[in-house]
Design a protein around this ligand. Sequence first.
Ligand SMILES: Nc1nc2c(ncn2[C@@H]2O[C@H](COP(=O)(O)OP(=O)(O)OP(=O)(O)O)[C@@H](O)[C@H]2O)c(=O)[nH]1
Ligand SMILES: [Mg+2]
Length: 718
Amino acid sequence: MKVYQTNEIKNISILGSSGSGKTTLAEAMLYEGGVIKRRGNVESGNTVSDYFPVEKEYGYSVFSTVFSVEWQGRKLNFIDCPGSDDFIGGAVSALNVTDTALMVLNAQYGVEVGTINQFRYTEQFHKPVIFVVNQLDNDKADYDGTIAQLRDQWGSKIVPIQYPVSTGASFNAVVDVLKMKMYRWKPEGGVPDVLEIPAEEMDKAMELHKALVEAAAENDDVLMEKFFEEGTLSEDDMRAGIRAGLVTRGMFPVFCVCAGRDMCVRRTLEFLGNVVPCTDKMPRPVTTTGIEVTPESDGSTSLFFFKTTVEPHIGQVSYFKVISGKVKEGDDLVNADRGSKERIAQLFSVAGQTRNAVTEMVAGDIGATVKLKDVRRGNTLNGKGCDYRFDFIKYPDPKYRRAIKPQNEADAEKMMEILMRMREEDPTWVIEQSKELKQTIVSGQGEFHLRTLKWRIENNDKLPIEFFEPKIPYRETITKAARADYRHKKQSGGAGQFGEVHLIIEPYYEGMPAPDTYRFGGQEYKISVRDTQTVELEWGGKLVFVNSIVGGAIDARFLPAILKGIMGRMEQGPLTGSYARDVRIIVYDGKMHPVDSNEISFMLAGRNAFSTAFKEAGPKILEPVYDVEVSVPSDYLGDVMSDLQGRRALIMGMNSEKGYEKLLAKVPLKEMSTYSTSLSSITGGRASFTMKFASYELVPSDVQEKLLKAYEATQSED
Ligand SMILES: Nc1nc2c(ncn2[C@@H]2O[C@H](COP(=O)(O)OP(=O)(O)OP(=O)(O)O)[C@@H](O)[C@H]2O)c(=O)[nH]1
Ligand SMILES: [Mg+2]
C-alpha cells in the first residue's frame, strides 16, 4: 500500500444499533475495495470484522475492528463498532480517533434505542453523521417510516441523498438525487447500471433534489448567494455545501444500501471518498496541557494508542492514530505516559486480523504495530523533542456487576491475569478485588458483556469460572447519642490485662458544635475537650475521636490503643460487619491498673465499649443508592415505571424526547443487580440505562431486619 498523505485520509466509524448490518456492510466495502476476493457473512462466521471466536459463537460484534479501503486515490480507514450497548467501549474509542460517523439503520425498525444512544456519543464528540438505511431487501423494510422517524428525531437536518425505487425482495434500484441518476443492480450486486431517472420517478426525484440543493446552500453563505442568483447549484457546489453541513452537524445526509446483497455500497464509498471531510479539516486534538495539535506530516511524531487486542501466535496488537508527524518502521519513540522506550519494529495497515506491512504512516492515518514492550491503551508515544500526552477518551460507568471466582481455587492468580488482559482490550471492564466484600467483582455494561467474558475465559483460556451475586457494600451508622463503658480484665496467671473505658458516641455531621453536656439515665456528663482527632475513613465518612479524660483516669499513651480498637470495630461494624461511618466518640473516663494496663487491654476495652454504645445509639444500615437514567420508548413507560417502583426506586423526574421518555430515579444498588436483564426483557431490548453512584441512604426498617437476620445466620454458621 502506498503512503497516503494527511489530505488523502478519511477516518470513519461505522455505528448503529445491534443487528443493523454494520459488519455486513464492512464486508461488502472490503469486497468492493478489492481487499477480499469473496464476501463472507455473519451467519457463517467468516467475515473479516467478526473474527474473534466469541463473535463467531454469538453472531454479533463484541470488539471494534479496524479496516482500510483504498478508493479513488484516497485511504478510507473504517472502524466497525459493536452495536450492543454492552460493548459500547469499542464505539467510544473509535469515535475519538475518527472524524465521521456512518450510522447504519435497519429499515425494519428505523430509529432504535441503540441508534439514539450511539448518536448521543456523536453529539458528545461533535462528529459529523451520515445515516445509511440498510436491509432494504427485507420484507418488513419500511424506508418512508424510517425517514419519518429520523425526521421526528432530527427534523430538517435529515436530508435524503437517495431513495429506493422499491423495498423488500424486489429491491434492486435507488434514485440518487445528488447525481440525479437511477442506480440499478443485478442480483449479485456490485457495480450498478447508471440510468436516467424514469419519468414516473422524476417528480419525486426533483422534489428531493430541490430539498438537497437548498440544504446544501444553507450551510455556506457563498453557496446561498449562488443559489439565489442561479436557483440551483452544481454537483461540486452541492458537495461543498454538504461537507460544510456535515462538519457543523447542520445536515445529516441519508443514504440507502443493501449490504447483504452488496448493493449501493460502491456509491456510498464514492460519497465518503468525495464528500466527507479529510482529517485535516476536522477539529484538532488537544493535549493534556491544552495544546491544540495540527495533524501535519512534518510536525513532531506523536502516536495515540486507542485499542489493544491480544491475538493467538502474535500476542498484543496495538492500534494507533498518528496525531502528528510521521512514523517509519524502526523508529524509536518514548512512551509519554510510562516513560519507557519503544521500537516500532513493524508498521501495519489492517483489515481485521489481516495485517499488511507498510513502511511509513503520516499524520491522520490509523495503523497497528506489534510486540511493543509496555504500551497500554490510552498511551502516547512520541518522537524526539515531543512531549504530547492525550487522555480524551472517557468511558461510560459500569452498570452490571457480578462476583467471580475460578472453579478451582488454584487458578485465582491466572484468572486475575486474564481479567487484567481483558480490561486492557476493553476499557469498560472494571475489575476490583474488594478487600471489603472479600470478593473479586467484575463490573461491565450488561449481562451480554459478562456472558462474553465468561465464554472467552472458559473457551479461549480454558479456565472454568463462576459468577455469583456480589455483596452490597453496606455501611453502618448511628442516629442518636449513647454511652457505654467496658472493663477488660484478664488476671488469671501470666501477664495480666486490665483496661476500662467509658465513652459517649453520637452521630457525626459537618459543622457540629463541640461536645458539651450529655444526659444518660438521669445523670449529666460534662465534657472538657482535651484533644480531638478527625479520621477521614478510606471507605467514606468520618470518625471524630475526642479525648476528654480528666484527672489522668487513663494515661494519654493508651488513647491511640483505644482508637485502634474502635477503628477495628468501625472496619467491621457491630450490626452486619460492614464499614461504619460518621460517628463522634468522646472518651471521658476510665480506669487503669498500675501493672496490668497495656495497649492490648485498652484496645479491647475501647473496642467493646464502642460496640455496646453503638448498639444503643439507634444503629442503622446505609445502602449505596444510584442515580439511574432510563431511556425508554413511550409505549413501554408504564411497565418500566412499575418495575422500578418494585425495586424501591424513587422517581425523581421524567422528560419526553420525541417518542422516548427519559426517566430519572434513585435506586438502591441491591435492587439493580438484575436490572439490565429485566429492562431488556420488559422492552425487547429497546431501552437503555445508565447508573452512577449517588449517595448512602438509610435502608427501610424491614430491609434492616432482613440484613440483621442474614448476618446472624452467617455468624452462627461460623
Ligand atoms: N436481508 C438483509 N439482511 C442483512 C443485511 N445486512 C445485514 N443483514 C443481516 O443482519 C444480521 C446482522 O448483521 P450484522 O452485520 O452482524 O449487524 P451488525 O450491525 O454488525 O450487528 P452488531 O455487530 O451486533 O452490532 C445478519 O444476520 C445479517 O446477515 C441486508 O442488507 N439485508
Ligand atoms: Mg457487527
